[in-house]
Write a protein that binds this ligand. Sequence first.
Ligand code: THG
Length: 564
Amino acid sequence: MNRKDFHQLAARGPLLLDAVPTAGCGARECPEKWLLEHFEVAASALVSFRDAGCDIVRCPSAGANRLRLGAFGLASQTGEINRELMRRCRATLGSFPVFGTCSIIGRRIEPFGDLDFEEAVACYGEQAKALADGGAEGFIVAAMNDIQEARAALIALRELGDFPVIVEMSIGPQGRTQGGTDPVSALVTLQSLKADAVGFGAGDPGLAIASIIAAVKPFATVPLGAVPATRDSGPEAYAALGPALVRAGANLVAGDRHATAEHMAALGGRICGEAVRPALKKSLSALSSCRSTLFPGPEHPFAIVGERINPTGKKQLQASLREGSLDMVQQFAIEQEQRRAAVLDVNMGLSGIDEMAMMLRAVGLLSRLSPLPLCIDTTRPEVAEAALRRYPGRALVNSVSGERERIERTLPAAARYGAMFIVLPLTDAGIPATVRERIAVIDTILAAAASYGCTVDDIVVDGLVMTISSNPEAARDTLDLISWCSQTLQANTIVGLSNVSFGMPERQWINGAFLGMAMGRGLTMAIANPSSDSIMATVQACNALRGHDAGMLLRRGNFSGGPS
Ligand code: THG
């Protein structure tokens, strides 16, 4: 089964997935090894799940990664245990689809813990390779409670081949994963990273999975899965949960580990007549961190990308970065969040420092510290790529221009990790003089992006505003480009706001006025310093005038951009 086959199958769904055979050993024994030694237990469970009407069954390989097996002294048997388990599942069921199961490693991964991210990817890669060698048709990354661990597994599986991969997150009593990720952010992050389906299971037995599915469905570009908790309910009571799940938008329903073949047969009987709701969108403009999601766009509040984590022109920040300190980066992150920045730009381009190392450290720190999604601002494609690989969310890349290196290297990196990216309408020959020529560059970049599967929803066009002190028509051209992007292309737009007033007196007022004019033409984001009252007051006033956040303005009773 390749990815396309899986999507065709899911479209005819709802698909029923089994509950995974369970081992009959105690906690001190390795369940995967035990099942291999008592394979008749697994075999009879698999056959009964198949006969109960499941569409896909799962190899009971969940905990068989090197680090978990190591706890039982079985690390050296990782390949053999996975390969043999899968081989025997296939031997039992013939051509019936069996998916490999991967689950938690049991250690926190960078940037949330001390396990190296690449070590985690390699750990999943080793297990997945053995399962593929044993005949896996696809994979389920199940019961994950840390988004970064789920990402590590998904990256490893994507690099293995064209297998369908379902990723299921476990949601706790606070409506978030144990690591603190909300379901929408998990969905946005995992579908961008090319999960073929994203599922939600209840880490808390009282949690209603149907309400989670309903809440995330508007943002799904992939099929959704639901894993209802059995609790102590019998087959009929369990099955009664099914129709509501499918109506809420579940395309796959899987049994939790306590469900028996009788539970699955009853569940299958109840959902088989339900019509599945396909994903509502093919692509989505959204940025995520591990704790929140931001939707840029004309229907949403205007988003300020805080520009301050950038050493350009900042002596003190330069000095502290040269000493290897991220204290000022931390301080700027907190201050910009308090001033209501929606995204944090991170630029570590400074002569005399290791940009790659500092970018990775800064991204790690900011991922732990701030709920805001990041904008990775670098001219070096390899720095953008490494930062995207490790960032536990869906970032914005700053930027892809028409320059050859950006199209050939930065664009594919953004596409591979599913990031959104800023499109700069300039080329190796420089900045085009006319709006028409800039549009031609945008079209060229979009055509290249389409070849990697990206759409207009994945981009934010930079209006490339130049200072009016050297070209009085600079602002007008940018405004015209913003109008075209907003109305014709229907793309998000951004400007580096302070450029417009460079060399002019009373810069703050010019910046504020230009921002208001640009928002009137459809601008959806700006890179700016949120410490500026004129900018933040304009943002809040314009948001209120567009029907967003008027309530907040009324409650606050003033127009300052500061913390309320
Ligand atoms: N478009 C895109 N990306 C961009 C820009 C753009 N990135 C960089 C820049 N323009 C936006 N970021 C900044 C960062 C800092 C400053 C201006 C724009 C800045 N620094 C002050 C100085 O140079 O004197 C220091 C101010 C301070 O201390 O805060 O002004 O257009 N896609």
